[in-house]
Ligand binder design. Structure first.
Ligand code: KIV
Ligand code: ZN
Length: 509
């Protein structure tokens, strides 16, 4: 068995998914879980892109110890300096330098000749190497690059100090045969290729990211880059959980394994789905809600007789547990603290008190409090950043009947601590609430996406709402959970607006 290194880019390529906008505590929470999952490398972000990204990468680099922490940089000194400043505190830092190598990107985007691109790549890899031992070089759009040119630039950047060579299928265009052949070609034509790890990086535009990544591995790649739940630019990246579970389930066929702790997969998927607002489709391989559900009578009968008749992956393998009833109305602080630990959270005393309070409020309204409910409460409390300036909901009311439009009344406490109140209407109750807030506050708001889902099952399940919007042209997302759909909708909207204050404060500091 050859061990294939897993390079997770959920926090960088995944964060580039439309509508995804994580705060620093959310990024840190994801990073900690990726470490628990056992990823060999996590790409924490692109520090030159904003002060917020720099801060998040730095915080992650200073916290994570067992995984390598990588930061992305274009092939220029400024980006490399920012990347290094952000990750130099890491136990195992890596600078990831990239430049495009396909004719279309070099001519039309970079406006550089192939010779100029080679010069820049070599100079910038050696500049990065003067700071950090571990340097990954990515030839962006490698799958549409000319093979002899690609071999030439790769050989030169390895001589300049690159330790990992990544060959991305940036636009998700390649086929397994072509992608595999590219790796084979590099193995045969680049004389120093055995000094480095070769890496795949596949996007899923044609639904071939997994099979292309596997083709890369079969032809010499020893690192696979991807994201959890397959999130990422456009159609996303290869879903790492699918890769790892494929190698496990088909170890009779593939001589490869990964270091991932497979039973941490479900929890990782849940955390990422919740914090990014990118809901996992029910039929998604490995982690979808229906991945282990057997609906037809014939299948159910077969599974009862022998689970392996229709079940190739057991839920336990990826950490799916039954949603057990946990604590009730009379549970005390001690039991609550034990449960926090069991669910893998570590909250300080103040946050534990806030979470306990929310749990108690929930037990007044909900008969059964499940692990799923607690998970949401704990994750919300753990990742909540209170801006010094922010809007707070004081009260709201919605009135309607089947023959009139809903009318909402909302009162808010402003960042200046004044109370403002207004009324508005809309075609639906949520729209009425949102229209009212838009009229009440000075910020210019454009809602771009709204999703509502339930946490667990049953009439009394919690409602979870994610919104994406622009506030004064700044893209932000917000989320909230409540037992009432309207309350969750309103709080998600206010949460998104308040995130702008958090970003503004981070940028000033
Ligand atoms: O898809 C791509 O080419 C990338 C590079 C920056 C590695 O994400
Ligand atoms: Zn990518």
């Amino acid at each position: 068995m050859t061990t294939i290194k897993i390079f997770d880019t959920t926090l960088r390529d995944g964060e580039q998914s439309p509508g995804v906008n994580l705060n620093n505590l959310e990024k840190l929470e994801i990073a900690k879980q990726l470490e628990r999952l056992g990823v060999d490398v996590m790409e924490a972000g692109f520090p030159a892109s904003s002060q917020g990204d720099f801060d998040a990468v730095k915080k992650i680099a200073d916290t994570i110890s067992s995984s390598t922490v990588a930061a992305l940089a274009r092939a220029n000194k400024h980006d490399i300096d920012r990347a290094w400043d952000a990750i130099k505190g890491a136990e195992k830092p890596r600078i990831h330098v990239f430049i495009a190598t396909s004719p279309i990107h070099m001519q039309d985007k970079l406006k550089k000749t192939p010779e100029e691109v080679i010069d820049i790549a070599v100079n910038m890899v050696s500049y990065a190497k003067s700071k950090c031992d571990d340097i990954e070089f990515s030839a962006e759009d490698a799958s549409r690059s000319e093979l002899p040119f690609l071999a030439d630039i790769i050989e030169k950047v390895i001589t300049a100090g690159a330790t990992v060579i990544n060959l991305p299928d940036t636009v998700g265009y390649t086929t397994p045969k072509e992608y595999g052949a590219m790796f084979k070609y590099m193995k045969a034509h680049v004389k120093n290729i055995d000094q480095v790890d070769l890496s795949t990086h596949c996007h899923d535009d044609l639904g071939m990211a997994l099979i292309n990544s596997i083709a890369g591995v079969e032809n010499g790649a020893t690192q696979v880059e991807g994201t959890i739940n397959g999130i990422g630019e456009r159609a996303g990246n290869v879903a790492l959980e699918e890769m790892a579970v494929t190698f496990e389930i088909r170890k009779d066929f593939y001589p490869f394994e990964t270091n991932l702790i497979l039973n941490e997969i479900k929890r990782t998927s849940d955390i990422i789905s919740k914090l990014t607002g990118m809901v996992v489709p029910g039929n998604k391989s490995v982690v979808g809600r229906n991945a282990f559900a057997h609906e037809s009578g014939i299948h159910q009968d077969g599974v009862l007789k022998n689970a392996q008749t229709y079940e190739i992956i057991t839920p336990e393998l990826v950490g799916v547990t039954s949603n057990s009833l946990v604590l009730g109305k009379h549970s005390g602080r001690h039991a609550f603290k034990d449960k926090i630990k069991q669910l893998g959270f570590s909250l300080d005393d103040d946050k534990t008190a806030v979470a306990f309070d929310q749990f108690k409020q929930l037990t007044d309204r909900k008969k059964e409090v499940t692990d799923d409910d607690l998970f949401v409460i704990l994750m919300d409390v753990q990742t909540d950043i209170k801006a010094r300036l922010q809007y707070q909901l004081k009260n709201f009311k919605v009135e309607y009947n089947s023959s009139t439009s809903p009318t909402a009344t909302v009162s808010l406490i402003t960042p200046g601590l004044n109370t403002i109140e207004g009324q508005g209407t809309g075609n639906g109750s949520v729209e009425a609430l949102y229209n009212t807030i838009e009229e009440l506050i000075e910020e210019e708001i454009q809602l771009t996406d709204f999703t509502l889902s339930s946490v667990g099952k049953g009439k009394d399940a919690l409602a979870e709402v994610h919104v994406s919007m622009t506030v004064d042209s700044q893209p932000v997302s917000g989320r909230a959970t409540a037992q009432d759909v309207l309350e969750a909708s309103l709080n998600a909207f206010i949460n998104a607006i308040n995130r702008v204050f958090i970003i503004q404060v981070a940028e000033k500091e």
